[in-house]
Design a protein around this ligand. Structure first.
Ligand code: APR
Length: 266
């Protein structure tokens, strides 16, 4: 996963009714919609994004793969921090935006979700887990770097809450890490392959809540476009792919997606 140069963000006001109407008009004839989501779809569930105002990066940039693997101090700081951040992720509920995408899938209009999110909220909202591609992994699984044993995030949280602030593998003593992709790390090949297939199969890609500045994820809308799909972007801020989009809605994901799902008869 690699960051690319970021545009100067401009904060947009609430979505204009005209833009939402354009979004609906664009997606009404679509039969194979793929949603491409980022952290912005989950802010209305109380999970901060990375690059928006108040985002994670204003406080602490996530570690790179090399830093994490080479430095026990980085691992310890990571786990001590996660002990206080993971409970919020575990407790978060899908919001109306997630629910709208699940409704679009039930209605047979959405063939898949490609997400950069690690929160699992699309599956919790009702999207078929087999149709959700987690490009950057999941925070809800933890593995041992040495022996590959796996636990749920909740199990490790319970150990931390019981006093182990820096948990290690109970089988071999190895370092633990979450099943998330770090900067400097390749994306899981199977996830990338499935995401590319969806991008090539869709007739419209609905991009929601992503700054579109992290590669290779941000190349998927470009691939969809090259294969003839329409593109819509729903985002509070501008993105580097706005010029490629057929429709851009500058505003909040939840109400926009709820209006879309209602208009598409779900
Ligand atoms: N509705 C619409 N847009 C929103 C909302 C909302 N409710 N909340 C935030 N946004 C927008 C922000 O303005 C921002 O442009 O969502 C975008 C989120 O961008 P990022 O924080 O960069 O998140 P994302 O694109 O998912 O980041 C990609 O970067 O650090 C990594 O691995 C991490 O998967 C993540 C990747």
């Amino acid at each position: 996963m690699q960051p690319i140069d970021q545009p100067t963000p401009t904060v947009s006001p609430a979505a204009s009714p005209g833009a939402v109407a354009d979004l609906i008009a664009m997606l009404l004839p679509a039969r194979r919609i793929v949603a491409f989501t980022g952290a912005g779809i989950s802010t209305e569930s109380g999970i901060p994004d990375y690059r928006g105002p108040g985002g994670v990066w204003e406080r602490k940039a996530p570690p790179t793969l090399g830093d994490f693997l080479d430095n026990p101090e980085t691992q310890q700081a990571y786990w001590e921090r996660r002990r206080f951040t993971y409970p919020a992720l575990l407790a978060a509920e899908p919001n109306v935006g997630h629910l709208a995408l699940a409704a679009l899938e039930r209605a047979g209009r959405l063939i898949g979700v490609i997400t950069q999110n690690i929160d699992g909220l699309h599956q919790r909202a009702g999207n078929d887990p087999d149709r959700v591609v987690e490009l950057h992994g999941t925070a809800h699984r933890v593995g041992c770097i040495a022996c590959s044993a796996v636990w749920s995030g909740a199990e490790i949280q319970a150990r931390q809450d019981a006093g182990e602030s820096f948990p290690r593998c109970v089988l071999c003593g190895g370092a633990l890490r979450t099943a998330t992709v770090l900067f400097g790390e390749s994306l899981p090949p199977d996830a990338l392959r499935r995401a590319a297939s969806l991008a090539q199969a869709c007739d419209a890609m609905l991009i929601v809540g992503s700054s579109l500045v992290v590669q290779p994820a941000a190349s998927l809308p470009v691939l969809a476009r090259e294969r003839g799909a329409k593109l819509a972007i729903v985002n509070r801020m501008t993105t580097p792919l706005d010029a490629l989009a057929d429709v851009r809605v500058a505003g909040d994901a939840g109400p926009t997606l709820a209006a879309l799902a209602a208009a598409l008869g779900t």
